[in-house]
Design a protein around this ligand. Sequence first.
Ligand code: HEC
Ligand code: HEC
Length: 236
Amino acid sequence: MRDRRILGLIALACLGTTQCSPTASPAGAAVPLADMHENFQLAVELRGHALLGDVGGARETAQRLSEVTRRASVDPPTAAWENNMEALRRAAAEGARIDSREGAAEVAASVAAECGACHQAESVDLGDRFVVGGPPPGGSAGRHMARLTWVSRLLWDGLVGPSDRMWDAGVEALLETGSFPAELNEMPGVRGTDEAWALLKRLGEDAGEADSAEARTRSLAEVWATCSGCHANIRP
Ligand code: HEC
Ligand code: HEC
């Protein structure tokens, strides 16, 4: 455990530099946490592109994620580990075909599900480490978006954990969000706020019924496609 934590620190120090390669973990390291952190950042970036509706950004980020995943391994390699890494790589490689907002949302959600599949196989119980946190207070347009971003992160944690606790917290938070503040309608390009909230609410109810990774992946992709449907008109 202590060694892993040290590796984690090395990984953080390496982020954003060209000095250390992601495969440069010491021989015999149980988990290439350096790779893990790099993957984690790219998957988070991909999530951002998906919900904002940046199709090109999503395509490029997913491809970068598939490249770093190709290089990730453990020493000594186990069949289960390699299979899960390969499943993640394939999900990210689908990103090369992203040509719509919906496609971006689907790839981002299926990547999160593959993260979760390995954590489950490795009995990591990541969900226990995730923190629900408090909702930013609603109200103004900016704070409403901050709240929806929190909802989105909770649902993502539910898939990545994988964690029923985080998924359920995300569903509850979504259903309690309420309609968009009126001031949003005055912003250039914004339309259909009532319809968007009605749709998000219905998707939240569906998400509450979704109890498999597949169903949750579809749910989250639909939520993100709804976010990006409005963002595409305003380019925040
Ligand atoms: C092939 C297996 C595998 C895949 C794929 C995988 N992980 Fe992990 N992940 C692990 C293991 C094992 C640990 C536990 C390491 C530990 O105990 O600190 C872990 C730990 C983590 C942690 C906790 C790190 C910490 O410092 O507490 C995060 C966050 C994480 N993974 C995110 C992701 C994300 C995001 C993805 C997908 C892009 C992903 N993982 C894909 C196996 C995997
Ligand atoms: C009906 C339209 C609409 C919907 C639906 C919508 N948003 Fe937004 N969003 C906006 C507007 C307008 C802005 C720009 C706000 C501003 O400039 O203050 C924005 C901005 C954002 C930003 C960027 C904030 C920043 O400072 O860059 C994030 C993140 C965000 N929204 C998250 C979400 C999430 C997550 C969802 C879905 C769960 C969502 N939004 C759904 C209208 C919408």
